[in-house]
Design a protein. Sequence first.
Length: 455
Amino acid sequence: MRERVSAAMPAARDELATMVAFRSVADPRQFPVDECSGAATWVRDAFAAAGIDNVELIETSDGSLAVLGYTPAPAGAPTILLYSHYDVQPPGNEDLWDSPPFTLTERDGRWHGRGAADCKGNIMMHLLALRAVLADGLLPVGVRIVIEGSEEMGGEGLDHLVEERPELFQADLIIIGDSGNAEVGKPTLTTTLRGIANVDIHIETLKGEVHSGMYGGGAPDALAALVHLLGTLRDADGNTVVDGLDTTATWGGVPYPEDRFRDDAGVLDGVSLPTSGTVADAVWARPALTVLGIDAPPVVGSAAAIVPRASARLNLRVPPGIDATTAQDALVAHLEAHVPWGAHLRIEREAVGEPFRAVTDGPGYTALRSALEAAYGREVGTAGQGGSIPLCTALQRAVPSAEIALIGVEEPRCVIHAPNESVDPSEIENLAVAEAVLLCTLAGPAEWSQSGPAE
């Protein structure tokens, strides 16, 4: 498998460049719909050419195209579902990129471009693994392919498809290719994900702007009210605090060393971390509130006037053990209780995404750990992830007997969602080898939770 994948890496680089060239942001306000449909068609054709049967495009409820394929399992063999997504985050300010975001560019041994890691690099991982196994002619297990088209915009279309047609997702082991190792060359299984419970808040205090010299000190400033309200969501150490939510949980798995976290996150020298717990506690075990944006007058061009209205978007990450709707309810209640001066407060809720905790003691996980150790030559670690993948909980409901595992090429240096996103090609290669080994070893004897292959 190593020889086959290694030999295919130059062609894989060209294919990844083709995928990155699709500006597949699932938002027609930003990029033409043809960019996403073109990417979906390319992915469909690539998996069909690799040897997967019945590969098709299915339009989901949000208008995005999902790529689904299915090669049934031989008698007595399990079925594995391979997931990833072809849509990407917007590039943002392209002036902050050192090379064009939609042109795969090699620099310092890494391949740079929007989606190179998240998540087109993971699509490439799946393709390489399947091709390596199918070089022998047949798949020893059943394989389902699920490649999503709107994950970065919420992924509600695929979630609805899972609910409406759960038979399309039946499998014994589900591999979510949308995660990453703790660092390059260190195999890591992601075992928890935080959920998400966002709200937009709008504060009004005046009918309109008034002169800050004539009315300042007496007239209620909406922007000051917003700042005051946001300040109630942090304690003196910087920890997130929301009335009614436990924000003191601790992480029981492998630690996240502070020095590595500071380097991964790009924390400036002399700036302390806003937590009284460990890094792992803060990013994997506790709720975390982030202010994503504020609507207020810009500094340049601002007038000497008191602001009558201000808004903010709040992102609440919810750890396993806390229901996302309960967390959102608590956040709304906290904001309503702490808004100052009787300011008029309006809150808009976004759809919530539930947190996820994997069950890791089944035969699929055992085979996956062995395959990762074989490919990397190192013991496998486990970690949490602060991000959210709502599909995981949708799949848990639709296929309760399936094991769900998260792997992928998105280690910290990839800086996914940021300018200059990149992927280390060695991660694509090693994970493709591991997945190929997994597909072969899953065909051996195992105590699967189901009596036979999933249909």
